[in-house]
Write a protein that binds this ligand. Sequence first.
Ligand code: ZN
Length: 252
Amino acid sequence: MARIEIDEVLGGWEGYEAVAVRRNRGMLEIELDPLAGRPGICTGCGQEVTAVHGYERRRVRDLPVLDAPTSLLLRRRRLACPRCGPKLERLSWLARYARVTQRLADNVAQLCTAMTIKQVAQHYRLGWDAVRDLDRGYLQRAVGPVDLHGVTRLVMDEFALHNVQKLATVITDAVTRRVLWVGKGRSREDVRPFFELLGADGCKAIEAVAMDMNSAYEPEVRRHCPQARIVYDLFHLVAKYGVRGNRARIRA
Ligand SMILES: [Zn+2]
């Protein structure tokens, strides 16, 4: 039987070559080594670097080969960048701290548009959490960061996360009803990232914030937006600031 160069058939591991292939408990394991003497791109500054600081062993999942779940064992290069110090090499096919290759991540995200997370996880024999995170990351890239420009009135609300004994906070624009931010928890620390995201100028532009009287958000709002009126029910906000409609009940 003719020997086949697995890199040629499967490929896609730019800068690396397969040095060993084996089956281990139904999984296909492909060992990859970086091609010697090739300069790499620093993940810090994006410049080409020749000197290698060291290697880190990584195991990442790739697309299945002939239906066998496939993992790659690779020595990830850490470059000795003269500008940034020791930094990981940038790879086109593997994000910096990713546990799966880019092409597997893309396929998972694609399937998630048509199948449930559970079905996709079973299909690729990945963990449910891993698929959920890949899907979420894809959505964030696809949707992009929310534009907080021109936001003046906020509604801060808490809601129960589906099937979990945990609460989360949702912040909406009281005028447009657009969801601006969602975060785990309902303490003042939990909502701090939103105000950091909003920035100093954005915080200054906030005129009013509606929230439940029993919520813990108020001190955090006062700290970032001291000029804002705190309104304990939305009807006050309607009367004073002309916001129409009923408060939306949000279910996760
Ligand atoms: Zn660098």
